[in-house]
Design a protein around this ligand. Structure first.
Ligand SMILES: Cc1cc2nc3c(=O)[nH]c(=O)nc-3n(C[C@H](O)[C@H](O)[C@H](O)COP(=O)(O)OP(=O)(O)OC[C@H]3O[C@@H](n4cnc5c(N)ncnc54)[C@H](O)[C@@H]3O)c2cc1C
Length: 551
């Protein structure tokens, strides 16, 4: 007999311990402390705040460039500069245009690429540090627990059920089987980051989508230790052009950290037409550009990772409140894709959610009506101001690189309005062209020094999953992959996945999809970019996934 689920009750349950979830928890705990010190009633307890994180430790699933605008952190932890692991302030910010063999530095760095006053950080280290501050307040932080199912109640939510632990690959209980907990809360905050698996369900069920659906990019990153003198700490550059085709959205970054460490990466909009395009390969090619190669040569790859990011901005922001629930951070589309900045907005959205929740708890009313104050607070904050100014930015690139830059220029002059406002888009996976029966492209192998194949890179992501567990990548109809997709699109999952999870294995009578789920780096690209939308990414057993130490 399977043991019954244990039930726990909390005031507030935060799903996801990234910048958004942790800032929400810390700010709420600070407000509650002040409230209790003033002897006002009702007394609230920080112990009734729970935070769940699926990673093996806080920060394990944090992947970002990362340049951090410190303004939200300065509000949350006013003396942050004394203890936060900030790495290095930005000292020089360049915008570079790449052709295949050369690069051109814009004489004046365009405003979106200006970063003076910001810090180059490891988001893994920042969130670990924030997690420590949260723990000190008495909040219950549980790592290695994924929110697997929402508890729906009426038209809202009332908590989550965490993933069952100790199931074998056929879903049968093993000796260590423990059913997931039923965690009920007066307010459940979805802070799952990009393409949250619970957020996706809630947005679909409650029809929370805005006028545009969410659209996404994928970012592929490597961290390198390079020879002394190759890059100044605090030098940051963003690149446009080669090898990203002019009908696609994309660009690279080079961020100099302390101690001869460099963060490099390429972001590609997940709305390209060629289903056999391979973002990982494009990133590897980008590294062979003379401007990048001269930094990396003689250096050593330290870490690899990949993660999607929500690029839709203001017009893709779902309604962020329901009865008993709020959506914050990347899950709620709080990211400026023009500046590639989401950290400070995730933090600020978490803080505004905390203030909303505190008022709701005090009033004993956590209905959607009360929680809608969150949206009002967002509208009055700098989040709205920043997102409004770029509300049509990403959509403009449906006209290609030059069309996109033209529209962006006009939007800059008109406070974001541009020629068409609101500019509409459709979901990225709708942009694939059908293949015309040509043979599958050769896979990229890399030279093993400067460039790598996907498996070598995955090895450097520290990814680990319990092998004997149900597959967390649910393909609802494998037949579609082997019959329809192979003919129409050539199985794009083989190409867009930056972790070699999906493979079309040759069989006697055709091909069959093989899923190497243990490689999954939790980027969620498959859930986003599958042309038939038959892949559901669900949480694996807690603690599985990458280990983005130092990223
Ligand atoms: C390649 C790349 C480069 C970027 N560069 C920059 C940059 O330079 N500057 C900048 O400001 N922003 C940058 N961003 C954006 C920034 O990283 C995000 O906006 C920010 O991390 C969002 O914070 P979050 O807390 O909403 O989500 P996340 O940071 O994604 O955190 C969500 C957390 O929730 C956990 N989680 C998810 N689902 C569940 C679940 N069901 N149960 C339990 N836990 C769960 C995840 O493991 C994760 O730890 C970049 C993003 C990418 C992908």
């Amino acid at each position: 007999m399977t043991p019954p689920r244990e039930q726990l009750e909390a005031d507030v349950l935060i799903v996801g311990a990234g910048p958004a979830g942790l800032s929400c928890a810390l700010h709420l705990a600070n407000i509650i402390k002040k409230h209790n010190e003033s002897a006002a009633k009702p007394e609230l307890s920080t112990e009734n705040i729970y935070v769940l994180e699926k990673g093996r430790e806080i920060g394990a699933h944090q992947l970002s460039g990362a340049i951090m605008n410190p303004k939200a952190l300065a509000e949350l932890v006013p003396d942050f500069e004394k203890t936060a692991p900030l790495d290095t302030p930005v000292t020089d910010d360049a915008a570079l245009f790449f052709t295949e063999g050369s690069s051109f530095r814009f004489p004046i760095t365009p405003p979106p690429f200006q970063n003076k006053g910001n810090y180059v950080v490891s988001l893994n280290k920042i969130t670990k540090w924030l997690g420590g501050l949260v723990e000190k307040t008495g909040v219950n932080l549980f790592t290695q627990f994924g929110g697997a199912q929402l508890i729906h109640e009426g038209s809202g939510i009332a908590g989550v059920i965490t993933e069952d632990k100790g199931l074998d690959k056929n879903g049968k209980p093993k000796d260590n089987y423990t059913p997931g907990y039923e965690l009920r809360a007066r307010v459940t905050v979805l802070a799952e980051g990009t393409r949250g698996s619970l957020t996706k369900q809630l947005v679909a069920k409650n029809k929370l989508d805005n006028i545009n659906p969410q659209i996404y990019s994928i970012g592929i990153k490597e961290l390198w230790d390079v020879q002394p003198g190759r890059i100044q700490p605090g030098y940051v550059a963003h690149t446009l052009g080669w090898p990203v085709a002019t009908d696609m959205y994309g660009g690279g970054w080079i961020y100099g950290l302390a101690n001869n460490r460099v963060s490099i990466g390429l972001v590609i909009g997940l709305e390209y037409a060629n289903p056999e395009f391979d973002p990982h390969e494009a990133f590897q090619k980008w590294k062979t550009h003379p401007a990048i190669k001269k930094i990396l040569e003689g250096g050593k790859l330290v870490r690899y990772g990949a993660k999607s990011l929500p690029a839709g901005g203001y017009y893709s922001m779902p309604r962020n409140y329901v009865d008993g629930g709020l959506i914050i951070g990347d899950s709620g589309s709080f990211l400026d894709s023009q500046r590639l900045k989401g950290i400070h907005m995730a933090m600020k959205s978490g803080m505004l959610a905390a203030e909303t929740i505190f008022d709701a708890l005090k009033a004993g009313d956590t209905s959607a009506k009360t929680l809608s104050a969150f949206t009002k607070k967002v509208e009055q904050s700098y989040i709205k101001k920043e997102l409004w100014a770029v509300r049509n930015f990403h959509q403009s690139f449906k006209y290609g690189l030059y069309g996109g830059l033209f529209h962006t220029g006009l939007q800059f002059l008109t406070g974001g309005r541009g020629l068409i406002d609101p500019m509409r888009v459709e979901a990225g996976y709708r942009h694939y062209h059908k293949i015309d029966g040509h043979p599958a492209p050769e896979r990229f192998k890399g030279d093993g020094k400067l460039t790598f194949d996907r498996l070598t890179d995955v090895y450097h992501s520290g990814t680990r999953h319990e092998e004997d567990q149900p597959c967390h990548l649910i393909v609802h109809d494998l037949n579609v992959c082997a019959t329809k997709c192979v003919v129409e699109y050539g199985n794009p999952c083989q190409y867009f996945c930056p972790a070699a999870v999906y493979e079309m294995a040759k069989e006697k009578d055709g091909v069959k999809l093989k899923i190497n789920a243990a490689n999954c780096v939790h980027c969620k690209t498959c859930d986003i970019a599958d042309p038939y939308q038959i892949i559901d990414w669900v949480v694996p057993e807690g603690g599985g996934g990458p280990n983005y130490e130092g990223m």
